[in-house]
Design a binder for this molecule. Structure first.
Ligand code: DLZ
Length: 171
């Protein structure tokens, strides 16, 4: 419902900082590949459109969305990337597996964003069915891969603005 009220894939280009000096990690889940590949293409193209250099974008695949945080942590552990984008699609099924996966991924990414100096972007679709996924992967609700890329650029720019380095929050 929220998506029909606000399609964030339609955004004002001029309000997005230049990504020329930024490095990004993208972690893509292989589950529901048709969807996650569409998210990835839109995400990658959006980073390039805003100035990111192809050799400053590091892409890795993981088996499923549950593995996104671990993959993201590995990518973020090096000093190369300024932000990590996680792309996945967990479709609700007959059991409650989706709730466990979604909750675990969201919690882990939020936690890593807080304890590290790097943004971890939650680009995971949580649809009730395949059609809802398609609607958000280049369909009538835009492409959430675009939004994930824009979020990563904005958060990386925020980090640069305040000169945040590698220190952790806390003692
Ligand atoms: C097991 C599973 C199921 C049932 N559904 C999905 C899904 O819709 N989307 C997704 O990204 N991954 C799914 N997985 C795989 C889990 O994310 C994970 O890869 C496995 O449980 C192994 O840890």
């Amino acid at each position: 419902m929220a998506s029909s009220l606000k399609n964030l894939s339609a955004y004002d280009d001029s309000s997005i900082p230049a990504a020329n000096e930024m490095c990004f990690g993208i972690v893509v889940s292989e589950w529901n590949k048709e969807i996650t590949h569409a998210l990835y293409e839109a995400c990658y193209d959006t980073l390039i459109k805003h100035g990111a250099k192809p050799d400053h974008i590091y892409t890795e695949q993981v088996p499923g969305s549950f593995e996104l945080p671990a993959g993201a942590k590995i990518l973020a552990s090096g000093e190369k990337v300024d932000a990590v984008i996680c792309l996945g699609c967990v479709i609700k099924g007959e059991t409650s597996h989706n709730e466990y996966i979604n909750q675990a991924v969201a919690t882990a990414l939020a936690h890593m964003s807080m304890v590290s100096s790097k943004p971890f972007v939650f680009g995971v679709l949580t649809p009730n069915d395949q059609q809802q996924a398609l609607d958000r992967a280049g369909g009538k609700h835009g492409n959430k891969g675009v939004e994930a890329a824009v979020t990563a650029i904005r958060m990386a720019a925020l980090k640069q603005k305040y000169g945040v380095s590698k220190q952790k929050i806390g003692f």
